[in-house]
Design a protein around this ligand. Structure first.
Ligand SMILES: [Zn+2]
Length: 238
């Protein structure tokens, strides 16, 4: 399998030009977006773009948008839509997105979805599939508190469902795994409420687009992945 970098630098063949996978993953935190996104990313050699990750990277590298974002965060404020949109635009314009990309955690609102549509139009791109993961609240809570993340390479594991080979250590890069604050039980319910309020209208927005697929996210990683791949292979035929 080619690395993301190799894909970015490989010239596109004529018949590959149309086979893009521009994918949006929706669903409450913990519904399996991250894990499935990682699998799709590896299989198709396209980057998984999480707004959390690009935000953290921009802050670490002190890019102009990162510096602005940090001043919001230092004041305990939510980073503005303008900054998040700018970060997404910067990321999508990078060459490794030519064959496709997986958006995880963006858009969150109908307004952001509109911004994204216009942004992609500027690049001559469009969304090929929107996949929404449905899951019950109790299942979500038990899942989230078991999640462990690698701060170095962004891989995500789960102590029960997808344990790393060595406890506490990332399979990919050997980094020490952490439990992100987002995955701690006290923040979960708040995030769920926020998701319901803000993101549910997005489902309606994309349902009208004809690209929308909803699937139960409570199966095994393998079975959910099979469904995801079936959706994507159908999408490619069209
Ligand atoms: Zn790692």
């Amino acid at each position: 399998m080619m690395t993301v970098k190799e894909v970015a630098h490989a010239p596109l063949k004529k018949n590959e030009e149309k086979a893009s996978y521009n994918i949006i993953l929706l669903g409450p935190p913990g519904a399996g977006k991250g894990t499935q996104g990682q699998a799709i990313s590896l299989k198709y050699g396209i980057p998984k773009i999480s707004t959390g990750d690009i935000l953290r990277e921009a802050v670490v590298h002190k890019t102009p948008l990162g510096v602005q974002a940090k001043s919001f965060m230092d004041q305990g404020k939510l980073v503005s839509d303008e900054i998040v949109n700018g970060l997404v635009r910067e990321r999508l314009s990078q060459p490794d997105c030519l064959k496709g990309f997986i958006l995880d955690g963006f858009p969150r609102t109908v307004q952001q979805a509109d911004t994204l549509r216009k942004m992609l139009e500027d690049f001559g791109l469009k969304i090929d599939a929107v996949i929404s993961f449905d899951i019950g609240e109790q299942e979500l809570i038990s899942r989230l508190s078991g999640r462990r993340s690698c701060p170095k390479c962004k891989a995500v594991f789960h102590i029960s469902f997808q344990p790393p080979k060595k406890s506490g250590i990332c399979d990919g890069c050997g980094g020490a795994l952490i439990q992100r604050d987002d995955d701690k039980e006290e923040t979960i319910k708040h995030r769920l409420r926020e998701y319901q309020e803000k993101t549910k209208p997005l489902l309606n927005y994309y349902e009208k687009s004809g690209l929308f697929h909803s699937l139960p996210g409570d199966g095994s990683i393998e079975s959910v992945n099979k469904t995801v791949e079936r959706i994507l292979s159908k999408q490619k035929m069209e």
